[in-house]
Design a protein around this ligand. Structure first.
Ligand code: 13P
Ligand code: SF4
Length: 387
C-alpha cells in the first residue's frame, strides 16, 4: 500500500490513523496512530525506511494497518540513533515492539546481562518496572527509562524490604535468594538474586542445606523438586502464570492430540507436572527453535507465542492467551514519547542500589545456566514451607 492509498482510506486523515485505537489496558496489540504524538505521518521517506521491516511482522499486522505503525517505528529508530539509546525488549512485548524496535531481546537474565554490556547512554526498558530497576542497579551511570510508570508486577508488589528484614530476624543465618521480579529494596536485603533460568543453579551455588527463596511460591516449589536443598518461601504469585490449571493442560491436550506443552516455572507445580518441558521464556523459545515441534502450547504470557512464532513459521501454536496487564502497558506510543522527552527516568537511591547490586552481580557472575535451567516436570513433590 502506498502512502497515497493510505490517505484515501476512511480511517485516515492527512496520513494519520484516526480510526479506533484499542486501549492497551484491554491487553491487545493496539493499533497506534490516534494517540501518536507529533502528527507523525506515513511519508514516502518513512515508507522507504521501513518497508523492509514489514515482512517480519506480516503475520500480526495487516498490511493496511502498517502505515499506522511505520511512522512510530521510524521515529523511535531515529531517536535511538540520535540519542545513543538502546531498547531492551522482554519476550512478553507485543511483536511490533519485539521485532521492530527491540535492540536486545530475551528473558530477565538475558536483558540484565545486556544492560551491563551496552555502551549506550540511554536504556529504554521495554518490560516492567523491576526490570528497569535492575538495569539501573547494574548501570548507575546510565539513564534508564520506563515507558509506563504503571508497568508493575504482582510478584514485585507482593513483598517489601521491610518484610525481608523481618524474615531475616525470624530465620537468622539462612541465605535469602530473591527472584529478580522484586523491587530494589527487596534485592538490597538479599544475599543473591535469581531468575527463572538460573534459580536451581543459584540455590545450589550457596553451599548450604536450607535457603529462603522469595517471593514466588510456585517458582520456589518447582525449584525445590529439582534439588535436595530445603526451601522456605513467600506467598507471592505471578497473576499470569497462576491462572493456568492442570485441568486446562489436560483439556488442551485432549483438544490437540500430540501437542507439546511447554510451561514457565512460575506456573503451579501441578501444571509443570503436566508439561513436557519447563523453563524460562528463553528456554521455551530455544526448545521450539531446537526441536521444531509440529504443534506446541506455551503456558506463559500471550505475546510470547507471537514472538516465538515469528522465528518458527513452520510450527503451529495453540494459544491459551493469558495477558500480563503490566507488560501490555508498554506501547510504541509511550516508548516514543518517553525517549523523545527522556521522561519516566528510573532512579534507585545510592545506598539501596549499592546493596542490591551485590545480590544481582553475584547472580550474573555465575556461569551461564545452560541446561541446568531446565526443570524436570516429573520430579517428586517435596514439602515447602510458605511464610
Ligand atoms: P523470564 O523471562 O526470566 O522467564 O521471566 C518471565 C516473567 O514473568 C518476567 O516477568
Ligand atoms: Fe510479573 Fe507475571 Fe507480569 Fe511477569 S508476567 S511481569 S511475573 S505479573
Amino acid at each position: 500500500m502506498s502512502a497515497n492509498t493510505a490517505k484515501a482510506l476512511n480511517n485516515w486523515e492527512n496520513g494519520r490513523w484516526i480510526g479506533q485505537t484499542l486501549e492497551v489496558e484491554n491487553g491487545v496489540c493496539a493499533v497506534p496512530g490516534k494517540l501518536a504524538p507529533d502528527n507523525l505521518e506515513y511519508t514516502d521517506e518513512v515508507k522507504k525506511a521501513t518497508d523492509h521491516l514489514y515482512d517480519e511482522v506480516s503475520g500480526f499486522i495487516p498490511k493496511f494497518e502498517w502505515p499506522a505503525y511505520a511512522p512510530l517505528v521510524h521515529a523511535i529508530n531515529t531517536l535511538k540513533k540520535q540519542k545513543n539509546a538502546v531498547i531492551l525488549a522482554h519476550n512478553y512485548m507485543t511483536p511490533d515492539i519485539f521485532a521492530l524496535i527491540g535492540d536486545y531481546k530475551g528473558d530477565s537474565l538475558g536483558l540484565a546481562i545486556q544492560a551491563t554490556k551496552t555502551d549506550a547512554d540511554i536504556i529504554v526498558q521495554a518490560g516492567v518496572h523491576f526490570m528497569a530497576e535492575t538495569s539501573k542497579i547494574l548501570c548507575p551511570e546510565k539513564t534508564v527509562l520506563i515507558p509506563s510508570l504503571r508497568a508493575g508486577c504482582s510478584l514485585a508488589s507482593s513483598i517489601t524490604g521491610e518484610d525481608v528484614k523481618l524474615i531475616k530476624q525470624r530465620y537468622p543465618g539462612v541465605p535469602i535468594v530473591t527472584y529478580v521480579n522484586t523491587s530494589a529494596d527487596v534485592k538490597a536485603e538479599s544475599d543473591i538474586c535469581c531468575t527463572s533460568s538460573n534459580a536451581v543453579q543459584v540455590v545450589e551455588s550457596l553451599g548450604v542445606d536450607k535457603v529462603i527463596m522469595l517471593p514466588d511460591e510456585f517458582l520456589a516449589k518447582n525449584v525445590a523438586r529439582q534439588t535436595n536443598i530445603e526451601i522456605i518461601t513467600w506467598h507471592g504469585r505471578c497473576e499470569v502464570h497462576a491462572r493456568f490449571s492442570a485441568q486446562d493442560v489436560r483439556d488442551m491436550r485432549a483438544a490437540n492430540p500430540g501437542v507439546i506443552v511447554l510451561a514457565h516455572p512460575e506456573c503451579p507445580p501441578e501444571v509443570v507436572e503436566e508439561s513436557d518441558f519447563t523453563g524460562s521464556t528463553k528456554a521455551m523459545s530455544d526448545y521450539v527453535g531446537d526441536h521444531k515441534p509440529k504443534n506446541v502450547i506455551l503456558l506463559t504470557e500471550c505475546s510470547m507465542s507471537d514472538n516465538v512464532a515469528m522465528a518458527n513459521p513452520e510450527v503451529d501454536f495453540v494459544r491459551p492467551c493469558n495477558l500480563c496487564p503490566h507488560m501490555k502497558r508498554i506501547t510504541l506510543e509511550n516508548i516514543y514519547s518517553c525517549l523523545r522527552d527522556e521522561k519516566h527516568e528510573v532512579k534507585v537511591p545510592k545506598r539501596i542500589a549499592k546493596k542490591a547490586r551485590r545480590a544481582v552481580q553475584r547472580m550474573i557472575d555465575l556461569p551461564p545456566p545452560g541446561k541446568k535451567g531446565h526443570f524436570n516436570p516429573h520430579a517428586e513433590p517435596v514439602h515447602v514451607k510458605v511464610i
